[in-house]
Design a protein around this ligand. Structure first.
Ligand code: FES
Length: 123
């Protein structure tokens, strides 16, 4: 059974907010979207930028690619279509949010078909 590591209480995050934490020494981000908590490695698949919640999306702070906070799937360039963030499994018991010592790796094309916008800017 995977070990659990406490992050914060459910009441610590409002809708649309994020909280940064460390996952095995790596930067990670916990978000609350539509009442659901999700966590991802805080590392954009384009060039490693950090992320933040912005208007209901996870937005890369480096080149502004958008990601679906429910699935981690990329929704806009310059992230590659079909790419995604690495999701961290959570355990919510009562009001305590913990992460489990496992990462959900998506297959290369797991986000294929996900809504995606191309910008006319190449970075
Ligand atoms: S590093 Fe995230 S869009 Fe470039």
């Amino acid at each position: 059974m995977a070990q659990k590591y406490f992050i914060c209480n459910t009441s610590d995050l409002e809708e649309g907010q994020e909280r940064k934490f460390k996952y095995k020494g790596r930067n990670a981000i916990l978000v609350k979207h539509d009442g659901v908590f999700k966590a991802f490695i805080d590392h954009c698949p384009h060039a490693g930028g950090a992320l933040e919640m912005s208007e209901g999306k996870l937005k890369c702070l480096t080149h502004c690619a958008l990601f679906d906070p429910d699935t981690g799937c990329a929704e806009s360039t310059p992230a590659q279509e079909g790419s995604s963030l690495m999701e961290i499994k959570l355990d919510i018991e009562g009001d305590k949010i913990s992460y489990l010592n496992t990462i959900v790796f998506k297959s290369r094309n797991a986000c294929e078909g996900h809504e995606f916008k191309r910008a006319n800017v190449l970075l």
